[in-house]
Design a protein around this ligand. Structure first.
Ligand code: NAP
Length: 233
């Protein structure tokens, strides 16, 4: 049984990751901003004793600190960290407001850094720790260079930055045995992805788990698609 931490677990891909991993008898810590009102997680916790709901707002370093402090006090290990919490603003570079740009970068990039940093002691207790940063093709500089699309400028910048965090963390933490990858779930029918997206959330998470189940040391620092192939940076 692995111990798994998922940020942004209240809905969408994070919630479905919880469901599929609980079904596999993994131990799951589900991070969400408002545990008292996380109805779907509360329902799951009545069915699965291997689920623990923990309060986590990745925009608030005190919240991140307190979340992992509780786990550290119990000398808890984490084998797999899904850095999944994220938001989007679809505005292009002419439209996006300063406030929204900052918020998207704060959540998707700084939030992921804070979670990773505060999770390090727990990851250090695992025999083979992995960090999965939930990225997007919209964060690929090379793929964007091949299109004329304007797009979600704040989101694109945040995911490109997240990819750099992945690469740097894979180098810095590799000697400690901590492996870090970026992975994209594909375009998924969630609140973020919308109704026209390619995958339903169950298919997407099945794909993600198929990829993350089969990673080896050689994947450390890679940017992976939902079929396990590499995406250009
Ligand atoms: N859907 C897609 O097509 C797609 C494609 C590529 C990549 N992704 C990435 O996949 C991840 C999950 O996306 P999704 O489609 O499942 O999105 P979603 O349905 O909008 O869910 C987003 C999740 O992130 C949480 N969250 C947002 N801000 C947070 C914060 N400050 N602290 C903690 N949790 C926070 C939300 O919690 P609340 O309920 O509290 O708001 C929610 O649980 C994101 O990183 C996204 O960028 C998605």
């Amino acid at each position: 049984m692995n111990t798994i931490f998922i940020s942004g677990a209240s809905r969408g891909i994070g919630l479905e990751l919880c469901k599929q991993l609980l079904n596999r008898d993994e131990r799951v810590f589900a991070g969400c901003r408002d545990p008292a009102n996380a109805k779907n997680l509360i329902t799951l916790s009545s069915q699965y004793s291997n689920l623990e709901i923990v309060e986590l707002d990745v925009n608030d370093e005190n919240s991140v600190y307190n979340c992992f402090k509780q786990l550290n006090l119990k000398e808890q290990g984490i084998d797999k960290l899904y850095n999944n919490a994220g938001i989007i603003d679809w505005s292009n570079l002419l439209e996006v407001t300063e406030d929204s740009f900052s918020k998207v970068l704060q959540t998707n990039l700084l939030g992921a850094l804070l979670v990773l940093r505060h999770a390090l002691p727990c990851l250090g207790r695992s025999a083979s720790p992995w960090v999965y940063n939930m990225s997007s093709r919209l964060g690929s500089v090379e793929l964007r260079g091949n299109t004329h699309l304007g797009g979600a400028i704040a989101y694109q910048c945040s995911k490109a930055g997240l990819n750099m965090l992945t690469k740097q963390a894979s180098i810095d933490l590799g000697p400690k045995g901590i492996k870090v990858v970026s992975i994209t779930p594909g375009w998924v029918r969630t609140d973020m992805g919308g109704a026209d997206a390619k995958y339903n959330v169950s298919e997407s998470v099945t794909n993600i788990l198929r990829v993350t189940d089969h990673l080896n040391l050689g994947h450390n620092g890679c940017f992976l698609a939902e079929d396990g192939t590499e995406i250009p940076w």
